[in-house]
Every structure is written in C-alpha cells, then in structure tokens.
Design a protein around this ligand. Structure first.
Ligand SMILES: *Cc1c(COP(=O)(O)O)cnc(C)c1O
Length: 362
C-alpha cells in the first residue's frame, strides 16, 4: 500500500522533473546553433505548476513566456530571474508593472507604443495569418517607422524582437503555414533582419525547422505531448494525476453504479470509490472511458463521473482503502489519450485540472 504525499487531499498531481528535462533536451537537440529558446509557462505551465517548472527547466531556456502580467508577477515573486515575456495585451493600468517587475511587453497594436512607460523592454507582434493578436502584416513600412521612432528619443522603448504566431503548424496540410512563412520572409526583409524574429511554437519547432529563425517557443511539447502532424516518440508526459481508494465495496451481479444507474456489474465482485470527480477536472464526458492503474493492474472506470468521485470496477480484486490510483498519466491514460477520447487537445486536458488539486514535483 502506498501512502499519498498529501494525506488531506483527495488527489494530487505529480510532475516528474527528469521527464521535463528530458523533453527539453529532446526539443533542443534539433535546433540550429544559436537559436534561442523560450519556455511557455502560461496557465500555470499548462497546469503543471509554473514556478516549479521554471526552476526545473531554467537552465535549458533563455526566457519564459506567460499569458498576462498577473502570471508574470507571480513568477517574479517566486524568484524567477529569467526574462519573462507577457503575451497578453498591455493596458495603461498595467504599464508600470512591466517596469517594476522587469517584464517584457508585447506590442500588439499601434497605441501600445505610447501606452508603455519609456524604457520598457518589448517585442512587437505581427499577425501573419493567425488572426488573433498582432499588427497587420500589410502595413509593415508604417510599423517599421514607428519602431524606429520609439527606438530613440524621450519615449524610447527597448524594442528587442518581433514575434508572430502560426495557426496551423500542427496540421498535415502545409499550405497555410507556407503562406505564413512567406509573410515572415517579407517581414524580415522590411525590418532588414536587424531585430530578432520568433515564430515557432512546439509544432513548428518539431515539424518545420525552417521556422526556427532567432528563437523558438516551446509549450505543450515541453510537457510531453507531441503536437506535430507526424508525432515522434521522444517526448513523454510529465504529469501524473493520482488519488487513492476511499472505499472498496462489494457488488453483486446486476447491481448498478452511480447516477443514472447506467452500468451493472457483470458478475459478483468489488468496486473502488475514488475521490476525484468533475469538480477536480475529471470530465464527466469521460464517464466509463478511461482506465486507471492500481498496483500494476489496469481497471475500468465505470458509471457516470460524479462531482467528487469516480468508481472503478475491480472484478475479483479487492484493494485496501488508501491504495494509490493512477487516474491520468500512464501509458494507457495520459492526457493525450484523454484528449483523444474527448475529441479535444491535451492542452485543454492539462489546463482543465482544477487549481485546488495540489501540484508536486518529484
Ligand atoms: C501558447 C503559445 C505558444 C506555445 O504553443 P505550444 O503549441 O504549446 O508550443 C507559443 N506562442 C504563443 C503566442 C502562444 O500563445
């Protein structure tokens, strides 16, 4: 019997440092000499715990990126000293925070130049086809003049890079990314290659080496899910979601389990009640779909997922209360497989585990 690390929590996330580091090594082995690296740790490092992820992979990455100033300030307060890029839209309300916490802003609209405090470090974002943030790729000359104007004088900003984002780097059909690459080519020539350019997310970094330019941005791949159209085997999920048996109950053939009485025992046996449910991010849509691992054996989750519990059919095996249950993160139930079962992407699964579930590095 395995005693959980957190005796008063129903379930917890374990993140394996060595797996994260191996993923970082694997991702960096295929970069050209001199390409810099940014680890994307937004959304609490895709649910893995941002401060600890930064601590763990800091020596592999030059920079970190987050979604907003709040996330960045939290990282600074936890002692992260790397440059931190904030992808989100700057507002005048937060302009001072960029300087106070030494954060790198992303200028994604014309008025951001004026709004940021002089001396703020920033990157300029250009929309080459993503259709989200960034200034139009059709007005590059105008933008270059603006960048020039703000690179000196009283309102001088410290503009140190240009970024853009791909919409389809994870798809087999490469026509759209080829179109974006052309736009980036234009962008680089208009800016005369003086400012470093970064564009590649995980999928582009893996599948399109010609998009590495001056820096790559690794998110999902660092956490162990290969988003490229032709996934390799070099990345491994860093996250395991564990709980333990709360009760082990006898059930007779034909008796049912959980709301809706949708599942009946095929024979006399046992089932485990495990304290994790949709309030923790165990999605109800997955009712009856994902297996769990208990003491080296795979068992079916059966019946509806409830708010605080799932039930596991054990057949003839009885498992003591307190026995560890691997809900997610094994070879048959990692977040990539959850995502397939739910017709979504592993990003959403990892981010969807409730923040109340403790994260622990091992
Ligand atoms: C989230 C994000 C990334 C990381 O994407 P992955 O697919 O997780 O590697 C990179 N760049 C931007 C702008 C992002 O928002």
């Amino acid at each position: 019997m395995n005693t959980p690390e957190y005796p008063f929590n129903n379930s917890y996330i374990e993140v394996d440092r060595e797996v994260l580091r191996n993923n970082a090594r694997y991702l960096q082995a295929n970069l050209n000499e001199g390409v810099r690296t940014m680890a994307v740790v937004k959304a609490d490092a895709y649910g893995h715990g941002a401060a600890e992820v930064c601590r763990t992979v800091g020596r592999f990455y030059d920079r970190f990126a987050v979604a907003n100033v709040t996330e960045a300030v939290e990282l600074r307060k936890s002692g992260v000293t790397h440059p931190i890029l904030v992808f989100g839209v700057p507002t005048s309300r937060m302009a001072k925070a960029y300087k106070e916490f030494d954060l790198t802003a992303v200028i994604s609209a014309n008025d951001h130049f004026e709004l940021l405090e002089p001396g703020t470090t920033c990157h300029v974002e250009i929309d080459t086809g993503m259709g989200r943030l960034g200034m139009s790729v059709n007005r590059l000359e105008e933008l270059r003049d603006k960048v020039d104007a703000f690179s000196g004088g009283e309102k001088k900003l410290h503009i140190e890079g240009i970024m853009t984002h791909f919409a389809t780097a994870d798809e087999k059909d490469t026509r759209y990314i080829e179109h974006q690459k052309e736009q980036i080519g234009r962008l680089r020539s208009v800016f005369n290659n003086v400012l470093p350019v970064h564009a590649a997310n995980s999928a582009a970094s893996l599948a399109h080496p010609d998009t590495h330019f001056d820096m790559v941005r690794h998110g999902i791949a660092l956490y162990g899910y290969d988003p490229s159209p032709d996934p390799g085997t070099g990345l491994h999920p860093a996250m395991k979601w564990k709980s333990s048996v709360a009760q082990c109950k006898k059930i007779r053939k034909g008796e049912s389990i959980s709301y809706g009485a949708t599942w009946q025992a095929p024979e006399d046996g046992y089932y485990a009640v495990v304290p994790a449910g949709y309030a923790d991010g165990y999605r109800r849509n997955l009712s009856g779909m994902m297996p769990v691992l208990i003491e080296g054996n795979w068992y079916r989750q059966v019946g509806r997922v409830t708010m605080d519990y799932v039930m596991i059919w054990l057949g003839k095996d009885a498992h003591e209360p307190g026995t560890e249950v691997l809900l997610m993160g094994g070879e048959r139930n990692h977040a990539g497989l959850w995502a397939e079962a739910m017709d979504t992407i592993p990003y959403e699964i990892c981010c969807g585990i409730h923040p109340k579930v403790p994260r622990k590095m091992v």
